[in-house]
Design a protein. Sequence first.
Length: 497
Amino acid sequence: MADGMNANPHNPPKDLGDVAPPHNLDAEQAILGAMLYDNEVYHRLDVPLKAENFYDPVHGKIYEVLVSLIEKGRLADPITLHDHFARDGGLAEIGGSAYLAGLMENAGLSATAPEYARIVRDLSIRRELIRVAGEIAAEAVEGGEAGESASSQIEAAERKLFSLAEQGSANRGAKSFAHSVREAVEMAAEAYKSDGGLSGIATGFDELDRTLGGLHPSDLLILAGRPSMGKTALAVNIAFQVARHYRGEPDREGRIKPASGGRVLVYSLEMSGAQLALRIVSDASGVGGDRLRRGDLTPQEFGEVKQAAMDINSIPLHIDDTGGISIGALTAAARRLQRSEGLDMIVVDYLQLVTASNRRSDGRVQEVSEITQGLKAMAKELHVPVIALSQLSRQVENREDKRPQLSDLRESGSIEQDADVVMFVYREAYYVERAEPEAGTDKHFEWQEKMNRIRHRSEVIIGKNRHGPVRTCTLGFQPELTKFYNLEREDKYEIQH
């Protein structure tokens, strides 16, 4: 048969039933022998290796005991392993003392042990890939019979493949307390070394950063507010600041990690990508967004807008304005971007416009619960902070003090429970401006004085903070640019009348 015939899409795939899964017993024996000969080899392995990575279960058992002895600071050699397996009654199962002695006699060189470990790990991932591919194929058949949609099956397949593709994720398992302590100390060390004392990504707003310690990987932050309070503006300001200050550097494994700032993905479910970009250009150029839309610019201002657009054109900020996106599709798209270009922060504007992956008739509260749980799971899986915007209920308007509180969140139970941080944007000027008394009266004079004091002031009320204090941060706000700023630099942004 001609080679071209093999490309026929109707030809059945190769049957792997009689083919042994990929493995290399020589490499497995070499790594075990090297560790028996020199226990320090274990500490020089640069890939995460676990007992289940070994194709031969006997090798997996030997490796597990080796690691247990070495991590306890005890000698691991054929004699101590013989003693261990003899006491456990498993000596015959691993081939007896002769097999242990043979491993050491045929040990690979210590210098080549990391390469053997990579071979064992790579082949383990290939075997897992074959298993996952089989599951995907079976679910495609069974799901079709059960009426499950193809798109939901694709999302499930992407989740499995992404998990497998992540370094060390396929066999991550439980971490020891010592491992978690090391991570905590490393986080504290990063905060200590940084100029601002932050262990997370800086938002660009000093008071907010001091309170939160920056934006931390795996955290879900809810940013809520009534319409026109500026929650989208604040989220976009943060996204722009983070992307604009991005500087990457390779880590010990050669992956690019942010030394400052970060790569940002914004899901804009209410505004188009062009509208959001217009806000960012307005922020960067200092020209009001309403004037940009009308084209009401002087030649000099138009030149400043063009220059600002060129300056920020290459920042790592991505906008996805797909409407009605499901939490599954949203997560899948974020995974793809992280794999292809890197991703350090996600903004979702706003969570009530995200749809649940499974459209059940359990009510809106249940649907929002699935969405917030999905956002938190995405933050943990991708190891990035996720800022999700949320609406507030109208009951705020019925109180004399209109500062929002946790109970004002729509479907507040699930949102409050899943979030690590809940923040509210509040601008008193919004309400005072709409209560303007008759001009020329004493009340109008008092009103004008108050407006002058609060016009450019806003509050970010931190109603929940899993990692620190609950307090209110004060920021400046420039309505013409829909831009928040640090009050310490208020003179820099003084509006000219």
